[in-house]
Write a protein that binds this ligand. Sequence first.
Ligand SMILES: *[C@@H]1O[C@H](CO)[C@@H](O)[C@H](O)[C@H]1NC(C)=O
Ligand SMILES: *[C@@H]1O[C@H](CO)[C@@H](O)[C@H](O)[C@H]1NC(C)=O
Ligand SMILES: *[C@@H]1O[C@H](CO)[C@@H](O)[C@H](O)[C@H]1NC(C)=O
Length: 188
Amino acid sequence: MMFCGREAFPKMLLLLALLVHVNAFYQNAYDVTHERTEIEYYDPTFSNLSCNNYKYNRTTSTFTLTVKLKMDLTEGDLVMVTGHKWLSNRYRLDILQFNVTVKEGLRFKYFDIDRMMHSCTTPPFEWPPIKGVTYTVRNWVPDSTKFPPGMPEGRWKIAMRVVTVDGKHVFSVNWYCALKYKLRMESK
Ligand SMILES: *[C@@H]1O[C@H](CO)[C@@H](O)[C@H](O)[C@H]1NC(C)=O
Ligand SMILES: *[C@@H]1O[C@H](CO)[C@@H](O)[C@H](O)[C@H]1NC(C)=O
Ligand SMILES: *[C@@H]1O[C@H](CO)[C@@H](O)[C@H](O)[C@H]1NC(C)=O
């Protein structure tokens, strides 16, 4: 079995596409560690965001992220997700790319997002988000078992861009993490 090769990646995406509307899966082959979260951009006429990374305990780090919307979102508004993998000293766009509506995204079962939005956010991030309310994500430590099976090992930047159906860029947040297999498998 090989998990870390590039060849395995299109298969993973296919699997992700097939499972995206199914809630039941579990992986226990790798661990995911949060490195940091950053706000890349927000348009102050549509939203206001702030972020702070800190130590959850001696060995684990986490972040606080606040999001305040100054507009109403509609059911067609999207989160565009792109995965960038650390290689030769920079993050390079990799094949992990997909769009979900914000509505679906708030209940996304992958990447432990559903729990983040509901158990780690005050008030819980329900659809539709309420204009003028400050949503605060706090103390989220990723549950690795909720990540898609077969993700390649390494350091990742997961970029999330929220855009309206008519193309307005509301905000972009980047999440950096490291993914490490518990058992190294030789690929040769
Ligand atoms: C965003 O919110 C912070 C504090 O919550 C405030 O200090 C800042 O002025 C706000 N920025 C904009 C552009 O509204
Ligand atoms: C820190 O918190 C994480 C997540 O709850 C836990 O897995 C880990 O064992 C904790 N480490 C220490 C040193 O308490
Ligand atoms: C996501 O949506 C944008 C805007 O509609 C589009 O340009 C892009 O190709 C889509 N990406 C994927 C992976 O479907």
